[in-house]
Design a protein around this ligand. Structure first.
Ligand SMILES: *[C@@H]1O[C@H](CO)[C@@H](O)[C@H](O)[C@H]1NC(C)=O
Length: 489
């Protein structure tokens, strides 16, 4: 038996080495496993944890593929062994975009449901396919969760599951804070511009259109139905997140841009969860009205997924087309690099601050964060009845304030500004180096866990540096320039 094993190994070993020279080794970055392209396989991104949607892939086609080849390729996807629509293991409902080519102009994508054999064959299509990205779960990630080392204030020691206890007293400080550079609140909110000719597309859990925050004097609502990811849905917001975000952007009393047009794009289910492929599909479907009219348009993606480069690609595409896209940095108290859309370079990425201009305990940070805005304990509309309100926290909330400010600014212009112009304006209005972060600055030092008061008792995790992407490592030890939002007085 021993001899047999040795013999088998000695036969297999040369074969393994031979294969190894052809197939590039995968590497892990955050919770993604990336299989690089090689001579016969295209690049493939999957997930090591449970952020990936099983058996579902977003396939990006090569830019130079001619339309005939692309459509033949997509038609063939509907046959075995690619298609496993009946046998899929996902807990989610079927994606209506499966098998439909989404032509974004400079990018073409198709969502495929397939298992191992189909995936292996897809990777071989180096003639047509640029890269394959596993689909991923996207959520609102609304609740502030303390990560080790937990940054809850001393009075709020975390209880179960490291979650900070909810606040009770309403402290509606967000609007007050964003109209001034100084942290001394004056109890006033002054904004120039109402957002009245700006369409804000809110990709979320739906919007409760009947809320009094959105009603016009004649009883009609400023919320219109845009697009929903699944045919079986209606546009109602059961979860409440979309209504909360919409209220901050454009509610009549709790909102920034008090007369903006709010467009309901429902991509999250009643538990606040969805798939990145649904978001991309909704962006594709929502794109035509935006691009055709040339109206002032903002897409708000107050969402969070593990980093998904297909999502980031589509955000880049729409930004190139002139749509301003605003997102939160994500709620992991980690680098936004590992989240989407937080890692998107094209979007205006917003970090969240708490009262006293400190970094909110949950807010992601890093070089992709463009601006900071209030995110903790913000009162806004919620679903269920026209006068229902709730406090919420998260980088979603911070993104909503910036989206409102962007809408107010855009409505004060007589043309549609480019996304870069909107970003430049907001950043120029913001005050530098206001948001602080104690006890450490925003960088990879967060990976160190200290016991007691002595430096030598710090246990540096083995992945101290490996978890930091290259561009973040360069910033190690530096204080990031952080900003707070000051829109348009
Ligand atoms: C809309 O869908 C929700 C579930 O998401 C359901 O509870 C509600 O009754 C539906 N409303 C209508 C008017 O069909």
């Amino acid at each position: 038996m021993t001899f047999g094993t040795v013999a088998r190994i000695s036969i297999l070993l040369p074969l393994y080495i031979l294969i190894d020279t052809v197939i590039a080794e995968p590497y892990v970055e955050g919770d993604r496993r990336i299989f690089p392209a090689d001579a016969t396989n295209v690049e493939l991104h999957t997930y090591t944890g449970d952020s990936g949607v099983p058996d579902t892939y977003i396939v990006k086609l090569k830019q130079e593929v001619d339309p005939q080849t692309a459509s033949t390729f997509v038609d063939n996807l509907k046959s075995e062994p690619y298609s496993v629509t009946n046998g899929r293991s996902s807990a989610f409902e079927n994606d209506p975009s499966v098998g439909v080519m989404m032509d974004f102009g400079d990018t073409k994508m198709v969502v495929v449901e397939t298992q191992e054999e189909g995936l292996r064959l897809l990777r071989r299509r180096v003639d047509v396919v640029e890269a394959i990205y596993q689909d991923s779960i996207v959520t609102t990630a609304q609740a502030p969760v303390c990560h080790v080392p937990c940054e809850c204030p001393a009075a709020e020691e975390p209880v179960d599951n490291n979650v900070c206890p909810p606040k009770t007293a309403a402290t509606d400080w967000g609007l007050d804070r964003i109209d001034q550079t100084n942290g001394q609140l004056d109890g006033k909110f002054n904004v120039m511009g109402t957002g009245s000719d700006v369409n804000v597309y809110i990709f979320d859990s739906g919007i409760y259109a009947e809320h009094q925050e959105f009603s016009n004097s004649d009883g009609s609502t400023r919320v219109s139905e845009g697009f929903k990811a699944l045919d079986s849905w209606n546009f109602t917001d059961i979860y409440g997140h979309g209504t909360h975000v919409a209220g901050i952007i454009g509610g009549k009393t709790v909102g920034v841009a008090k007369n903006v047009n709010l467009i309901n794009v429902k991509i999250l289910n009643d538990a606040g969860s969805g798939q990145v492929s649904w978001a991309i599909w909704a962006m594709y479907e929502a794109a035509f009205p935006i691009l055709a009219t040339g109206q002032k348009s903002i897409m708000v993606l107050a969402l969070q997924s593990s980093r998904n480069d297909a999502f980031n690609d589509v955000i880049q595409t729409f930004t190139n087309y002139g749509v301003t896209i605003i997102t939160g940095s994500g709620n992991n108290n980690g680098l936004s690099f590992y989240q989407s859309p937080g890692s998107s370079e094209a979007a205006i990425t917003v970090g969240a601050s708490a009262t006293g201009d400190t970094k909110a305990i949950y807010s992601n940070y890093g070089p992709e964060v463009d601006i900071w805005a209030p995110g903790t304990d913000i009162l806004s509309s919620t679903t269920g009845s026209p006068d229902a309100y709730d406090q919420g926290s998260g980088t979603s909330v911070a993104a909503a304030f910036v989206a409102g400010a962007a809408a107010a600014y855009m409505s004060s212009l007589d043309y549609r500004p480019a996304p870069a112009e909107v970003a430049a304006y907001l950043i120029q209005q913001a005050a530098d180096n206001v948001v602080t972060d104690s006890p450490t600055q925003h960088n990879c030092r967060w990976e160190a866990t200290c016991y007691g008061a002595h430096f030598w008792s710090c246990r540096i995790k083995w992945d101290f540096f490996s978890k930091c992407p290259q561009h973040a490592r360069r910033r190690y030890g530096l204080r990031l320039t952080v900003q707070t939002l000051r829109p348009i007085l």
